[in-house]
Design a protein around this ligand. Structure first.
Ligand code: PMP
Length: 385
């Protein structure tokens, strides 16, 4: 029998995170700082809205773009939060998670051979998503000395005549780096002059602990060349509902919708009703969760630094990103030994791209108790190095 796998799929490396989960699954008494998922249940009023929709028999497909009420709530949320305007009917598509939004946004614009500039370190799906579309991912380093922001110099250095798209995610998974409006303004001239499209994944935007939360499209020159991606997974603890959205100028949305309607038809109906409630009445729950993440962040980062693991204070998302450079072992070895010998799971920074090297991604979306136990074990491990 011949090898049926497509060349594109063969080229994609397996997820580096998986390897650690596989080891962790075989072990008992693990404290996992490995997963990028809130440790809260979805707020009860949101769950109730979903239950109610099922009781009322709302079990059919919705329109391809999503329920009108949900798109209106998204429009209102973006206007009141960032002063960004989108037409609810023509410029917003509800998707099956930000994951689908990323996939269809990339596939709608990337042709084989196009270069996609990826702010690095980055969420692990980006490189694979670009390659599946036939594009070439090009890392643009966002360094610790710049607080993991994307700078004009770094961007300029990687632009070639083949560059078409800039894909970035702030607040950033895994570094916790945040871009404010001035940071986006600083890169906007380059994006415009080189005629790039910006795909901005803003899934962690509600989890901004310092400064104002920002949307790239709020910068005037960027709006017309930006696909904004967001969702409910992080802000409302809704990872399992599989609901997210994207916003873009009408013509872009039309072509993205062509893919969405064939591969997805519509996002899960029950989750869409839950999403309406989350945006209408979820702000308090979101605020409470964010306050708790901030307390954990402060405790955890202080603890890591005290333990001897040099860690900058992340401004957003729910990851600490300490450096292991001074220990003379790689991030992979550090993470593997910490897991096998001390039963604490973290993710080596290298899996998030070249700029993640020598770092560890540690999620603090776990209880304060577990964070403190983890810090103690990390300290013990470091004392053996
Ligand atoms: N973008 C980033 C940066 C993420 O970290 C994640 C989830 N870990 C996603 C997108 C996917 O989100 P969703 O659950 O909405 O598909």
């Amino acid at each position: 029998m011949r090898d049926f796998r497509s060349k594109r799929v063969c080229k994609i490396p397996p997820s580096g995170i998986r390897k650690f989960f596989d080891i962790a699954q075989e072990m008992e008494d693990i404290i996992s700082l490995g997963v990028g998922e809130p440790d809260y249940n979805t707020p009860w009023n949101v769950r109730e809205a979903a239950i109610r929709s099922i009781e009322q028999g709302q079990t059919a497909y919705t329109s391809n773009s999503g329920l009108n009420d949900l798109r209106n709530e998204i429009k209102n949320y973006l206007k009141r939060s960032f002063d960004v305007s989108y037409d609810a009917k023509k410029e917003i598509i509800v998707t099956t998670g930000a994951s689908e939004a990323l996939d269809i946004a990339i596939r709608s614009v990337v042709d084989p051979g196009d270069e996609v500039l990826v702010a690095d370190p980055s969420y692990i799906a980006y490189g694979a998503g670009v390659m599946l579309a036939g594009g070439i991912p090009v890392s643009v380093p966002c360094l610790e000395k710049d607080q993991f922001r994307l700078t004009p110099d770094s961007l300029m250095e990687k632009i070639t005549p083949k560059s078409k798209v800039l894909l970035c995610n702030f607040p950033n998974n895994p570094s916790g780096g945040v871009m404010n409006r001035d940071d986006y303004k600083a890169i906007s001239d380059i994006v415009v002059d080189h005629d790039l499209l910006l795909v901005s994944d803003e899934i962690y935007t509600e989890l901004t602990y310092e400064g104002e939360k920002t949307s790239a499209a709020s910068v005037d020159d960027l709006w017309e060349r930006t696909i904004t991606i967001n969702g409910f997974s992080k802000a409302y603890s809704m990872t399992g509902w599989r609901i997210g959205y994207l916003c873009a100028p009408e013509e872009m949305c039309k072509s993205i919708l062509k893919i969405h309607q064939y591969v997805m038809l519509s996002a899960p109906t029950t989750a869409q009703y839950a999403g309406i409630e989350a945006l209408r009445n979820g702000a308090d729950s979101c605020r409470e969760m964010v306050q708790e993440y901030k307390i954990r962040r402060n405790l955890f980062v202080k603890g890591l630094n005290r333990a001897g693991l040099e860690t900058h204070m992340p401004k957003g998302a729910f990851y600490a990103f300490p450096s292991v450079k001074s220990f003379g072992i790689s991030d992979e070895e550090f993470a593997e030994r910490l897991l096998k010998e001390y039963h604490v799971a973290v993710v080596p920074g290298s899996v998030f791209g070249p700029s993640g090297k020598n770092h560890l991604r540690c999620s603090y979306a776990v209880s304060r108790e577990d964070l403190m136990i983890a810090v103690g074990k990390i300290e013990e491990f470091i004392s053996t190095l």
